[in-house]
Design a protein around this ligand. Structure first.
Ligand code: SAM
Ligand code: SF4
Length: 342
């Protein structure tokens, strides 16, 4: 056998690009993928009443482009993908897209973040396609409060989704952005959902991404915890591996509560995530404007190796934390979370 024949007869394994790691040794295993910037609500903390300047359709990645990127990133170490937006369910063909993501070999879990307005009738299909968990945004249990915060009268649709997701035993997290002067009185009633339901209710510090140029209200993680402690003095912190939320148990509760110090940036040290925006920008931090234009690369015919090299370089240039990213950024609060893929 010649040398060439010998080499040709050896089993071949596919060479993957190197696993994504940043300059501080953090592995990147979690991708948040924004599939649209459009939305059927107008939450005050996310966008103005008139909405934002939504992207023309051509500027948004196609599902095929997104699927290609996800498959490439899974080969580079991404284990978990969360589909978000805007409101992901307003994009036509979303269920089909979720199914195709689910079929990507090596992807361990697929999650979705939604406002729940359109989801109740789709819950059984989501269950059947193997969605690993749903995050549902809900800032209050009062209908009037809901209308004031979201500027839409769709409270019943969201509650129906909550009910269906719990009934289908899909792991559920309820996310509530807390704004001083708006919904701090909803903290305890929302926490009580976890008394009877095996879910996690998470309170999120408001971040300055509301599509306007004003400052966020200050009801930080410490104040949220103080409100919870006043109602539940026995509340006790429990750890959850590399979670962005500080998780708490309350005696007698079926579920847990969490607090996300997104603005205090308490979890940057263990951050394992990157984002791809609906326009195909790779972002390595919410607070920074250092981005890689994947759409431009894809549409100019870049091959997988070129994409992987560019992604790895962008990840290596990632800031140490959200404060460093913000310091070097021209991003202002006129940015909406719906554009970033929150
Ligand atoms: N429309 C879906 C929803 O509301 O769940 C998904 C997109 S939304 C932009 C994703 C997450 O970002 C939601 O949990 C929402 O509460 C959060 N979010 C939006 N604006 C925020 C802000 N200014 N501060 C903190 N979280 C925010
Ligand atoms: Fe829409 Fe979600 Fe933003 Fe609310 S938070 S306006 S539901 S994208």
């Amino acid at each position: 056998m010649s040398e060439e024949q010998l080499i040709g007869s050896l089993p071949r394994t596919r060479r993957h690009p190197p696993r994504l790691t940043d300059a501080y040794g953090r592995s990147i295993t979690y991708l948040r993928l924004g599939v649209t910037d459009r939305c059927n609500l107008r939450c005050q903390y996310c966008m103005p009443a008139a909405g934002i300047r939504f992207l023309p359709r051509h500027d948004i990645l196609t599902f095929e482009e997104m699927e290609r990127l996800v498959a490439l990133l899974v080969g580079m170490g991404i284990e978990k993908v969360r589909v978000t937006g805007g409101e992901p369910f307003v994009r036509r063909g979303l269920l089909h897209f979720l199914r195709s993501l689910r079929a990507i070999p090596g992807l361990e879990s697929l999650h979705v973040t939604t406002n729940g307005v359109l989801v109740a009738p789709l819950v059984s299909e989501l269950k059947e396609l193997g969605i690993a968990g749903i995050n549902l945004s809900l800032e209050t249990l009062s209908r009037e409060g809901f209308i004031r915060i979201t500027r839409r009268d769709l409270f019943d649709d969201v509650l129906r989704t909550l009910h269906e997701v719990v009934s289908a035993s899909i792991p559920l997290k309820v996310n509530a952005v807390i704004q001083g002067g708006v919904n701090t009185d909803a903290i305890v009633p929302l926490a009580r959902l976890a008394e009877f339901l095996p879910i996690q209710v998470r309170f999120i510090e408001e971040m300055p991404f509301n599509g306007r140029a004003d400052v966020e209200t200050k009801w930080d993680a410490g104040r949220i915890l103080a409100d919870l402690r006043a109602a539940y003095p026995q509340i006790r912190r429990v750890d959850e591996r590399s979670s962005t939320a500080s998780v708490y148990e309350i005696p007698g509760f079926a579920g847990t509560v969490g607090i996300i110090g997104g603005h205090s940036r308490t979890f940057c040290g263990s951050c394992s995530r990157v984002r791809i925006t609906p326009a195909g920008k790779l972002r390595t931090c919410l607070y920074g404007d250092g981005v890689l234009d994947l759409r431009q690369l894809l549409r100019s015919g870049a091959g997988d190796r070129e994409l992987a090299t560019a992604i790895q370089a962008r990840v290596l240039g990632r800031a140490r934390d959200g404060f460093e990213a913000e310091a070097g950024s021209a991003l202002g609060s006129s940015y909406s979370m719906a554009t970033i893929g929150g």
